[in-house]
Design a protein around this ligand. Structure first.
Ligand code: PEP
Ligand code: MN
Length: 338
């Protein structure tokens, strides 16, 4: 971090500022020019608050030269992180991982039909929401723990590991017993109490980007989980809110190469919540594969017209099979596979 001081700064005020900074465990070296003095901060500056420094009357500007996230940062961990699930599925390797299933678990027949179908087409994980954070309190809220029981049953039947969304830090123990990957939804990306609690489990966490959050904020949320003890974080781009109205969200495809460059964590893409309509899911998914994602998470329903949540963006099992086929082709062209 570099602090540029104002021209008329007095020595006594500069010394006072240096003492204040040194108390925060950083080394301060000053470069005195003919007109201005510049302070350079060395060490872990992640806890140094820029806005507080700017309160000082002698400070002109503050420039950050390193990112505030350390554990998620590729500079400190050049190798890709590979997250292994118990049954041999690895996320973050050359092989791209497909996660598929309904938005919400609705009943046994629905879930088992979808689980069998997506497995047949080549999915490696089954997704399904049991606790649904809906925008309307009147919309279907999910089967809750009964949904988790059904997901476990689907895993027993297909062998597919389960990914499901948690909505509250008090459910961590419950999720530990029932799921293989715990999903944090876009609406909870900055639920810091939840993130800290998830730092105490050793389950992989699928962390979705909030619809109004920057990539740096996403990485800082990953940092919350990692600094609390759990390094197994999967980043997920799922579309952000822009002025566009023809799509549900705008898929920020640049998030894939940017996050892969900034961080060593696996990056996956959810084309379904970006699209909002089923016919847009495949082109977005293929673009994500071409851009270098490590996985996809896609909503699939055996009968989208009667789905209790997100039917419009759900692929049928036939659409899903076609998507897998086309995605394999794109993966090959970028030297990857499914
Ligand atoms: C979901 O995966 O069903 C979901 C609610 O996603 P998001 O948090 O991205 O809106
Ligand atoms: Mn959904």
């Amino acid at each position: 971090m570099i602090i540029v001081l104002k021209e008329n700064a007095l020595k006594k005020d500069i010394d006072e500022l240096k003492t204040f900074l040194e108390k925060q465990n950083v080394k301060v070296s000053s470069i005195e020019g003919t007109e201005t003095t510049v302070l350079g901060l060395v060490g872990d500056t992640s806890h140094v608050d820029v806005d507080t420094i700017l309160l000082s009357d002698i400070v002109d500007k503050v420039m950050k030269v390193s990112e505030p996230y350390k554990r998620a940062n590729r500079s400190f961990h050049p190798e890709n992180t590979v997250i292994e699930l118990g049954n041999g599925v690895k996320i973050g390797e050359n092989r791209i991982v497909m996660m598929a299933g309904p938005c919400a678990v609705e009943n046994e027949e629905q879930l088992m039909t979808i689980a069998k179908g997506v497995k047949k087409s080549g999915a490696s994980l089954l997704r399904g929401g049991a606790f649904k954070p809906r925008s309307s309190p009147y919309a279907f809220q999910g089967l809750k723990s009964e949904g988790l029981v059904l997901l476990k049953q689907a895993k027993e039947m297909t062998g597919l590991p389960i990914v499901s969304e948690i909505t509250n830090q008090h459910y961590v123990e419950l999720f530990n017993d029932y799921v293989d990957v715990i999903q944090v939804g876009a609406r909870n990306m900055q639920n810091f109490e939840l993130l800290k609690e998830l730092g105490k489990t050793d389950k992989p966490i699928l962390l979705k980007r909030g619809f109004a959050n920057t990539m740096e904020e996403l990485l800082m949320s990953a940092e919350y989980i990692m600094s609390s003890g759990n390094e197994k974080v999967i980043l997920c781009e799922r579309g952000i809110r822009t002025s566009e109205t023809y799509t549900r969200n705008t898929l920020d495809i640049s998030a894939v190469p940017v996050l892969k460059r900034k961080s060593h964590l696996p990056v996956i893409v959810d084309p379904s919540h970006a699209a909002g309509t089923y016919w847009l899911v495949e082109p977005l998914a293929l673009a994500a594969v071409a851009a270098g994602c490590d996985g996809l998470i896609v909503e699939v329903h055996n009968d989208p017209k009667v789905a209790l949540s997100d039917g419009a963006q759900s692929l049928t099992l036939e659409h899903f099979e076609k998507l897998m086929d086309h995605a394999r082709g794109v993966a090959l062209s970028v030297n990857r596979s499914f």
